[in-house]
Design a binder for this molecule. Structure first.
Ligand SMILES: C[S@@+](CC[C@H](N)C(=O)[O-])C[C@H]1O[C@@H](n2cnc3c(N)ncnc32)[C@H](O)[C@@H]1O
Ligand code: SF4
Ligand code: SF4
Length: 502
């Protein structure tokens, strides 16, 4: 570790840290009306950019603590080291990949010189996210500034030609919930616009005034809860019916009190409680909740080679109830939303996002209060098969809905019967093996993917890691045959019941 860290900082994250939002620069070449970063762009006491050496050391330390995903942002990250032709930015990307970050992305307004896209280090990015706030210049440029739409779209097209993995991110302003002369929601048109550009996916941020500091400096483009809920339901239905060609990530933003009470473990998602992310700023601020941007609230400060935990009243975690599933702590202070309660700004149901998937949060969505856990069991070894069946038959909260004797049969039962859990071996003598089975089932079943429990002595380590990234590590498990696996099977099922029924 390069930084001398307070124990409280280490204790807070333990081994949960997965992603870094690195605000590498407090400067921008646009002045978007809704911008949450306005105060930092407008004023710094000293540093505009994160010190390059500090950046590398922080990346290295956080990687050691478990971070795998990095987002470079700001301000406008493509201005980082602009006087040196972006050399520091390019070095940072390269270094992050060398340090083992699996997913490095940049979040940009797309106004940069397109030559940047041709730099080999830039090509190491796993994703470029371009921000556009409307499907046409009229809407986008009224928010982001004259000419910004054309510049950004040109860079998206160039990036596409060069084979980049591209995402668009868009704010849901009051314009987006309007309809055009044909009755189409502009939000819907935004999704179609992204599809037509041939990009990989689209992500949205919502703009509300919810009693948080940014209400005062993020313009007047916000929408009301009632208006949003109608639109959200319309879009969500289309997502569920698979009407869009690309994945769409929409923040739910609110849910009804009734719905929250039915499933607090699901709706109570909070990044401060999951401890999976950190926001890093050039002025030394380390924080978790993005709603606290522009305030003195954070969890710690880094400076002079140290990370100092904030023990003062400005520690943003002070108001959080860590042992309770609550609506969003920072937005719920006034409880002024009638029948609705606010959810986390990062709560985007059913999203196909690396860390969300690793947390396996979607499993909490499925309500099975009165139903049994449905299992499929697939072993060629009759002894193991019988032992697992016998163990499961003893548990009154579990149903065996299918058994199989080889890989092919196991796979078909998973796809056709959609169990909650599978107990199987990894290496089948012929046909499909465990790795291919999980990959195929993941593509086919998406959110209906079961929990996989593998009892096998020969699962290659590198495949274990890939599996974790595909389907997460919270519930899925690999057991060795020499372990007392019957007892472990029992424990796994009990744990699953607890996890789901929380
Ligand atoms: C602060 S910007 C920094 C990166 C870059 N300058 C850009 O615009 O993409 C990161 C993202 O936050 C979004 N954003 C700006 N103001 C926001 C607000 N008030 N609420 C939610 N998201 C906001 C931007 O549209 C952008 O997609
Ligand atoms: S481009 Fe990004 S950082 Fe710059 S003003 Fe717009 S939202 Fe803010
Ligand atoms: S937005 Fe709310 S729920 Fe999300 S991290 Fe911040 S306080 Fe937690």
């Amino acid at each position: 570790m390069y930084f001398k860290m307070d124990q409280k900082f280490k204790d807070y994250f333990k081994n949960n840290l997965r992603q870094i939002f690195f605000y590498i620069i407090d400067d921008c070449n646009l002045r978007c009306e809704q911008c949450l970063y306005k105060l930092e762009i407008g004023f710094q006491l000293e540093k505009k950019e994160v010190d390059f050496d500090d950046a590398i050391k922080l990346l290295s330390d956080f990687r050691e603590m478990g971070a795998i995903k990095l987002t470079l942002m700001g301000g406008e990250p493509t201005l980082y080291g602009i006087k040196e032709n972006n050399k520091p930015l390019l070095e940072l990307i390269k270094k992050a990949k060398e340090l083992g970050y699996e997913y490095v992305r940049i979040d940009t307004n797309g106004q940069f010189n397109s030559k940047l896209l041709e730099q080999p280090e830039f090509k190491m990015l796993d994703e470029i996210t371009f921000s556009i706030d409307g499907p046409n210049k009229e809407i986008n440029d009224s928010i982001r500034g004259y000419g910004s739409f054309d510049k950004c779209v040109n860079n998206i097209k160039r990036a596409k030609e060069l084979g980049y993995n591209i995402d668009i991110t868009s704010c849901i302003s009051k314009y987006m919930i309007n309809r055009d002369e044909n009755g189409n929601l502009y939000l819907d048109r935004m999704i179609k616009f992204a599809e037509d550009l041939g990009i990989e996916r689209i992500n949205f941020h919502s703009l509300f005034k919810t009693g948080v500091p940014r209400d005062y400096f993020s313009g007047n483009l916000d929408i009301t809860v009632n208006d949003w809920f109608k639109v959200w339901e319309e879009i969500e239905k289309k997502v569920d019916n698979k009407e869009y060609k690309i994945p769409v990530r929409v923040p739910q933003s609110f849910t009804t009190k009734k719905e929250f009470e039915k499933n607090p473990a699901y709706y109570g998602y909070c990044s401060c409680k999951s401890r999976s992310r950190i926001l890093v700023h050039p002025n030394g601020m380390l924080r978790v909740c993005s709603l606290m941007i522009g305030t003195p609230y954070g969890i710690a400060r880094y400076y002079d080679g140290q990370i100092k935990w904030d023990d003062s009243p400005t520690n943003e975690l002070k108001a959080h109830k860590f042992d309770e599933d609550t609506p969003c702590t920072n937005q719920f202070k006034h409880n002024k939303f009638g029948d609705f309660v606010p959810t986390c700004v990062s709560f985007k149901p059913k999203q196909e996002e690396l860390v969300w998937k690793e947390l396996e949060w979607e499993r909490r969505r499925i309500e099975k209060k009165n139903s049994k856990i449905k299992t499929v069991i697939g072993f060629t070894d009759k002894v193991v098969q019988d032992k697992v069946i016998k163990t499961i038959e003893d548990l009154d909260f579990v149903d065996i809905i299918g058994t199989a004797k080889d890989g092919e049969e196991t796979y078909n039962k998973i796809i056709n019967l959609k169990p909650d859990m599978v107990f199987m071996q990894y290496n089948y003598n012929n046909g499909i093996n465990g790795f291919d089975m999980i990959k195929k089932a993941n593509t086919h079943l998406k959110l209906d993917i079961p929990v996989f429990n593998i009892i096998d002595n020969n699962v290659p380590n590198e495949e274990k890691h890939e599996i974790i990234h595909l389907i997460g590590s919270k519930m899925n498990s690999v057991l060795e045959k020499q372990d007392p696996y019957e007892e472990l099977v029992k424990d796994i099922l009990k744990e699953y019941r607890e996890y789901d029924f929380k």
